[in-house]
Design a binder for this molecule. Structure first.
Ligand code: PGA
Length: 251
């Protein structure tokens, strides 16, 4: 059985006061969420403050990115060890906004995933096709390239530290969710591709999250799909009540 994960990507929203308030409001709403792994990803600058709120709770903390070096003259970067130091257990890596606006490639994403794992973080590796790629029939080729590139050089024994987030770029922040069937089709392809690069058992254990306009109204239909193990939620994670409803998709 794969443990479900609901992760909230707060993107570049919320100052310290807002982030602390949102986290504090969330905790009691999800304290009896059962077996769901709950993760929130605030901006770097508020991680320490939010960690104090979530300490001892069932809510885990993620960064939205990390660098691949441990320390050094890399102005503006933050290492995975610095993230664990401040209380993070997860890092989102290779989000499409990073690929689109900040020049991230499969190679830089791979270096970051490997560094994150080395430091004991769970890496949430984001992949997904653009609208143009989907319309030209390139979806599976893009996903295969991103998976192959993203997990290159990772020993099979470390693959349990990798979570894949399938986020079709055309569904992010647009209100357009992939249909349950479209998402399941992509997830099944991702799992089969993972099996071809690792092995069946490893692929069967890997958690694959769906992301792109996930809301309380559509989470349940997604979660009942065989290969959908959770969600990476952007907009709807900014409000504690709506995120808690997504976490409680079974209720
Ligand atoms: P969205 O964002 O839920 O606002 O579409 C998802 C994401 O970018 O992770």
């Amino acid at each position: 059985m794969r443990r479900p994960i609901i992760a909230g990507n707060w993107k570049m929203y919320k100052n310290t006061r807002e982030a602390v308030e949102t986290a504090a409001k969330l905790l009691p709403l999800v304290s009896s969420a059962g077996d769901v792994e709950i993760v929130i990803a605030p901006v770097f600058t508020v991680l320490g403050a939010v960690a104090k709120v979530t300490a001892g709770s069932n809510v885990r903390l993620a960064a939205q990115d990390c660098f691949w070096e441990h320390e050094g003259a890399f102005t503006g970067e933050v290492s995975p060890a610095m993230l664990t130091d401040v209380g993070c257990s997860h890092a989102i890596i290779g989000h499409s906004e990073r690929r689109q606006y900040f020049g991230e490639t499969d190679e830089t994403v791979n270096r970051k995933v490997r560094a994150a794992i080395r430091s004991g973080l769970m890496a949430i590796l984001c992949i997904g096709e653009t609208l143009a790629e989907r319309e030209s029939g390139a979806t599976f080729a893009v996903l295969e390239r991103q998976i192959k590139g993203g997990i290159a050089g990772i020993p099979i024994t470390d693959m349990d530290s990798v979570i894949i987030a399938y986020e079709p770029v055309w569904a992010i922040g647009t209100g357009k969710t992939a249909t349950d069937a479209q998402a399941q089709e992509a997830h099944a392809f991702i799992r089969a591709t993972l099996a071809s690069f690792t092995d069946q058992a490893t692929a069967a254990r890997c958690r694959i999250l769906y992301g792109g306009s996930v809301k309380p109204e559509n989470i349940r239909g997604l979660m009942i799909q065989e290969d959908i193990d959770g969600a990476l939620v952007g907009g709807a994670s900014l409000d504690s009540a709506s995120f808690a409803r997504i976490v409680g998709y079974e209720s």
